[in-house]
Design a protein around this ligand. Structure first.
Ligand code: IVH
Length: 669
């Protein structure tokens, strides 16, 4: 085939496949069988392989993603990505409408009511009808470039249909995980022994930030679009613009309605508060927008939110179900958490089978009994909470819960310290879930960043290959290959990832040890003040409590940890394996006290350094990063495309504003 013919065929196939994608994922009216679709896709793949000169990042073949790992580039938003004000009752919502009337006396409004999707916001930029860039919200001024990942979401058009789209515009919406995808993923994770995803919102945000776009494609994300921005939009009304966008191939929510009267808005809210259970995805409220773009412009924005839109938040839902039995989980610190097994019940879109019972006091306070009718609410956590009991519906002959007195995993008598809500298993050194929990914490992304999951840890522990975290550094590929679910490649990957962790900086090693009360921030503080492990191990209570953010509880916990000979031995072995036990020369040299006692806010994007690097510099020079401007802020470090509201606020409070160059001057770089 000559190149000319190939080009024509490739183009025809691309257009056709995108049409079928749109029919399947947006209209949900398939126009072709899956089989035929696959055949055409394969044909296109072959042609593209044979004629690589016609490569195109927006080809439908690219929707499967790639296995390349990449960190995301941060890009400034062309229009800041603001959030919405929340209202919780009719009165607050009326106040939104009357403020608009006060600001535009005599004006008549059309209200647009939309579902408030509970996912993660996305800004898509289209240039000449093609997807050019997808940015997350980030801090509102700049976001992560997740374009490759977004291409794997099949309902997002890569190339627009129809006509009338501006040459360059932005469309914003919400990427979310439908319940079906969420439940499938959690079933798969459960089968692999991995930790469960907390809720569809976190799952969607997590999926979008996966570094491997092929993996994103597997997570079953979807996207509704609800906001157009640009210079030459086709219509003067919000709704009318979205109707146009629907014709260009975007997935626009079908539930959106336009009303003239405020009581119709209230009806819409009441309707969806009742019906939201039947939606195949989560919503957490209703968004109310004023339709006319001219009026929108006149109303404008406050510092954080538009005056032409607001949201109405639904109350957390609660359902009643029976408590069937109680399990007790042991965490890495030995803390015991009671978990109720429930008669499965449908709650806000998903089936709930387990709920946290908090601790012994909470069980006693509710006088909770097995067999009780309990009320369950969903928070942001993995498992929902039991919040109340219907004592009237109690079965006859039920008895108060007898809280366990021995560890369910190792049988050791539990202890409970004064002032602690939880019971603890003191068998730190031999209780399996505690050991495995510590290993999981150690290998975590923010700690040693070793590429392994919960099930691998369990496998290694049970096979006797890793009884503590130092054992990991002795693993050989030959040992791993003999284990189930390990192949040559995965064994090699794990060993490499473990070796790689030896370069992880000292403060993260310190955090990875899992000393009680030593989180990431405290670990950083300790590393910065004391520089190395030997000094830390020799530090007294007085020395420790002089360090910023280290109080008596933390200091005592550190002393206790290093007083234990088995911990000393563990640290010694880790040191012998070559882990970083001191700050690097670089880290030491960069250090000064120039910004001691100062709080800095950074905003916008910078030329020489990334935002994270600037933050790092601030910390290295003794300063503190804070996220919002107040009268206590010492400096605002302002980059390009910083939002006007931040500048205004800094000016109003008389806070000095530094450019990147001025900031670098200040710290002597
Ligand atoms: S409009 C300036 N419409 O809610 C107005 N937002 O709390 C921009 N959201 O950041 C937002 N559904 O991520 C809008 N129908 C909807 C929405 C919606 C969900 C999210 C969005 C926004 C957040 C604000």
């Amino acid at each position: 085939m000559d190149a000319q013919t190939a080009k024509a065929q490739i183009e025809a196939l691309r257009t056709e496949l995108e049409k079928h994608n749109h029919a399947y994922y947006v209209l949900v009216e398939p126009t072709i069988s899956n089989n035929e679709f696959d055949l055409k896709m394969r044909h296109l793949e072959e042609l593209e392989k044979a004629f690589p000169q016609f490569e195109d990042p927006n080809s439908p073949t690219r929707r499967v993603g790639s296995d390349l790992n990449k960190a995301f580039e941060q890009v400034a938003h062309r229009y800041p990505m603001l959030s919405l004000a929340n209202t919780y009752n009719e009165g607050e919502l009326r106040e939104f409408a009357s403020r608009a009337s006060r600001l535009l006396p005599g004006a008549e409004f059309e209200y647009v009511c939309e579902l408030k999707f509970d996912g993660t916001a996305i800004a898509l930029r289209y240039q000449n009808g093609r997807l050019a860039q997808a940015l997350t919200r980030g801090d509102g001024t700049q976001g992560d470039d997740v374009t490759d990942n977004v291409r794997t979401i099949k309902s997002i058009p890569l190339v627009l249909q129809g006509e009338g789209w501006p040459d360059d515009f932005e469309i914003r919406g919400e990427i979310f995980m439908p319940h079906a995808s969420f439940e499938r993923l959690n079933r798969e994770r459960e089968a692999r022994g991995e930790s469960l995803l907390a809720n569809p919102r976190n799952a969607a945000a997590g999926a979008l930030k996966q570094q491997n776009s092929r993996e994103v494609g597997r997570r079953g994300l979807d996207c509704y679009l609800y906001y157009l921005l640009g210079e030459n939009l086709p219509a003067d009304g919000h709704c009318e613009n979205l109707e146009n966008a629907r014709r260009w191939g975007f997935k626009i929510p079908e539930q959106t309605r336009k009303f003239k009267r405020f009581d119709q808005v209230l009806e819409f809210i009441a309707h969806w508060d009742k019906e939201r259970d039947h939606l195949p995805f989560d919503i957490d409220g209703i968004v109310i927008k004023i339709n006319d773009l001219g009026q929108q412009r006149q109303l404008g924005f406050t510092a954080k939110t538009p005056r032409w839109a607001t949201s109405f938040k639904f109350k957390a839902e609660r359902v009643a179900t029976r408590l069937l039995s109680i399990d007790y989980q042991v965490g890495r610190t030995g803390a015991i958490t009671p978990v109720g097994n429930l008669q499965p019940v449908f709650l806000a879109g998903t089936t709930v089978k387990r709920a946290s019972l908090h601790n012994a006091d909470q069980i006693a306070a509710l006088d909770l009994r097995v067999g009780d009718l309990v009320y369950v609410e969903k928070g942001g956590e993995i498992i929902p909470k039991v919040v109340d009991v219907d004592w009237d519906a109690r079965p006859e002959g039920s008895k108060p819960v007898e809280y366990i007195s021995e560890c369910p995993a190792c049988g050791t008598p539990l202890s409970r310290e004064a002032g602690e809500a939880k019971h603890f298993c003191p068998n730190t050194w031999a209780c399996p879930p505690q050991i495995m929990g510590k290993m999981e914490h150690f290998i975590g992304r923010r700690a040693m960043n070793i590429n392994a999951g919960e099930s691998t840890v369990q496998q290694l522990f049970e096979a006797g290959l890793a009884r503590d975290v130092a054992d990991l550094y002795q693993l050989a590929t030959s040992q791993l290959e003999r284990m189930e679910r390990f192949g040559e490649k995965s064994a090699q990957n794990l060993v490499e990832s473990i070796a790689q962790s030896k370069t992880v900086p000292f403060e993260r090693v310190l955090f990875a040890l899992g000393v009680r009360h030593v989180g990431e921030t405290v670990a950083k503080r300790l590393a910065k003040s004391l520089h190395d492990m030997d000094t830390l191990q020799a530090a007294s209570l007085e020395q420790l409590t002089q360090i910023e953010e280290v109080g008596e509880t933390i200091a005592k916990s550190i002393l206790e940890y290093f007083n234990e000979p088995r911990n000393q031995e563990l640290v010694r072995r880790l040191q012998a394996h070559g882990l970083q036990m001191r700050l690097s020369q670089e880290q030491l040299e960069a250090k000064s006290e120039t910004l001691k006692g100062k709080s800095l806010v950074i905003s916008g994007s910078f030329e020489k350094f990334s935002r994270d690097q600037i933050k790092e510099l601030i910390e290295q020079h003794g300063g503190k990063n804070v996220s919002s401007i107040s009268k206590n802020t010492s400096y605002l470090v302002a980059g390009d495309s910083i939002g006007p509201s931040k500048l205004e606020k800094a000016n109003k409070l008389g806070i000095p504003i530094l450019s990147e160059a001025q900031f670098l001057d200040l710290i002597g770089q």
